[in-house]
Every structure is written in structure tokens, then in C-alpha cells.
Design a protein around this ligand. Sequence first.
Ligand SMILES: [Zn+2]
Ligand SMILES: [Zn+2]
Length: 203
Amino acid sequence: MKKLDNLRFADTGASLYDLATSYIVSCPQCHSRAVITTDLAPSTFRLRCTSCFHVETPAHWYGAATAFVSVKCRECYHPLRRSASWKGTWKKLAMKCDKCGDQCEYDAHITYHSLHQGRMTDPVFGLDLWLQREFRGELFWAYNYEHLALLRQFVEAKLRERGISPRNTIKKNSSMISRLPVFIKKASHRADLLKMISQMQQA
Ligand SMILES: [Zn+2]
Ligand SMILES: [Zn+2]
């Protein structure tokens, strides 16, 4: 018989940001499990792979991104707009003016995407998260094992309660648990989700 503790879930109000202190990802060199942590300064992330010993600091974005430029042509002042998928390190986009034909590279605004080819990525390097599986056409993912354990507790709980004062609505709506997609909250998915989470916890 399960202990009562397992039947209750109290949302502490931890936001996804609170949980995003480390990320388990696929190593860009050997595709084994690598860890991104902030062990030096709070804002300095570092990737370490225990298989190939690759170490990397944030510089290159491996994930999906879009470059966007909206300027006036440097020659004829005709408005130019272009957005294109972006890869690499130069934050510039090649533009051709359709009025005067001038060609030039302009500084682009880069939008970094959390999904890359249908897979969830970390927000520092854009690498595939290690802890992700498809569940009935939806993506189930966790940044790290603590995040996964919290999701497990939530799915396991038969009784769910909010540990936050009802007046504290801002905190309440920003909690990771309150923002979970519907498929994770469905009681009919509970058994299959738990089976999958158990496999993920071994991975
Ligand atoms: Zn590696
Ligand atoms: Zn022009």
C-alpha cells in the first residue's frame, strides 16, 4: 500500500524558471548524456559530457532560430523586410532591395526557438533535451531529473492541492504545475504516463 504522501500533491508554486537551474541534453559531440550547470557564477552555464569529456561554454546556438530584418535600403530608403531561418554566428541577414537592386547584409534580430525539428531543446545551447518522449502525439519533457521527479509526483497524486494562498494569483499562474498541458493532467493517462516516466528516470 502506498503512503499517504504519494497521494497528495502540493504545488509549491515553483515556476519553470525556478526549475531551470540545470539541463540534461544530448552532447553535441558524441550524442551521449551531457549536463549543463551553473557551478561557477549563477549566470555562467557550462556543458559537460561524462562520455567524451567535451566541455563547452555558451557561444554557439545549436537549435532553431529565426533572423528578422526590417530596415530602409541604405541607397534608396525603400523599406526592406525579411525573415529567414538562422544558423551560425553572424547576426546578419543578406538583403536585396527590390527597388534599386542594392545588396547588403543588415543586422538581424534573432528569435531563438525552444523546439528544433519537433524536439524540445535547452534555452542555453539549443541542444535536444535528454528527457523527452512522445506521448500520444504530444511531447512530454523535463529539463532535468528534479523537474521529472516533480512531474512524476504530480501525475502520481490522486489528491491535488495548491500549496499557495489563493490571493497570490500571480505566483499561482506562473507555477510550472499550473501551466502543464492537458494530456499530463488527464486521469486516464496516469498509468501509462507513470510507466513512461519510470523508464525516463532510468535513462
Ligand atoms: Zn560527449
Ligand atoms: Zn534600394
